[in-house]
Design a binder for this molecule. Structure first.
Ligand code: NI
Length: 258
């Protein structure tokens, strides 16, 4: 079954139909969903969802662009809730230099990224990494803090083959989503062609990153077959094989029973 390794079903875009949608996933081929919090409130909502929906797992963390309200005490709060059953990763964490490149912002992002890597290692949980326009600092931070000890995934991978090699060499998985279906996504198609299948996981980033032919609409795990088909075409594989392998990879990554 399909394993969606990155989604945000706590988002208000799902307020109208969240229950029905998530209850219908299993019968529509979506076996597992990882929901990721990005700040305190969405982390709380994630904890509620993993209790309510058997197929939904959780990752808790503080996202680099959601740090305005975060205080250092929140790190202790995070640690406490990371022990909750069905919380299988620390995320969404990382670096994002797209919006603001001022040094104070970068410093704050770096503090949170580094400390959450350390927390993940302590809790023996993998990390889900968001990295946008920050390839070098992301890699340096992962290396400096020995993040290969906890492992993880670079979600919505958006860099080229050279950077892909760097992350793969350090044992990380790469998350591939809707972008691979876009006509102008030459970089990501090259990365998929280059990378070994046993390090690839699929994701939606729902409600964002909707694949073709639904680009512009709200994304959900139900659109993952478009991503699977695009990967299957690049790899010259059967789509069912892509589903099987990526499910196995995700279960290995998040330490779930095969
Ligand atoms: Ni995300």
């Amino acid at each position: 079954m399909i394993f969606d390794t990155h989604a945000h079903y706590h988002d208000e875009q799902f307020d109208e139909d969240r229950e029905n949608l998530l209850d219908s996933m299993e019968s529509r081929g979506i076996g597992y969903i990882l929901n990721l919090g990005t700040e305190k409130n969405s982390n709380r909502l994630t904890l509620g969802m993993i209790k309510r929906f058997p197929r939904v797992y959780g990752a808790l963390g503080f996202h680099p662009t959601d740090l305005s309200e975060a205080s250092k005490e929140d790190l202790d709060w995070l640690k406490k809730y990371l022990m909750t059953p069905k919380v299988v990763a620390v995320g969404e964490i990382g670096l994002d230099y797209y919006w603001n490149e001022n040094d104070d912002v970068k410093k704050k992002q770096m503090w949170w990224f580094a400390n959450q890597i350390e927390l993940a290692k302590e809790m023996e949980l993998p990390i889900c990494v968001h990295s946008r326009d920050a390839a070098k600092d992301t890699l340096d931070t992962l290396v400096d803090h020995h993040a290969e000890e906890c492992g993880g995934v670079i979600h919505c991978f958006s860099y080229g083959v050279d950077m892909a090699r760097e992350f793969l060499n350090r044992g990380f998985y790469l998350g591939i989503g809707g972008v691979v279906t876009f006509k102008n996504s030459k970089h990501i198609k090259e990365v998929v062609e280059y990378m070994p299948m046993d390090r690839l996981v699929i994701e939606t980033d729902a409600p964002y990153m909707t694949p073709e032919p639904h680009r512009g609409k709200r994304n959900s795990s139900l659109y993952l077959p478009y991503v699977v088909t695009a990967i299957a075409e690049i790899k010259g594989m059967d789509p069912n094989e892509v589903i099987q392998i990526t499910e196995k990879n995700a279960k290995e990554l998040f330490k779930l029973a095969q």
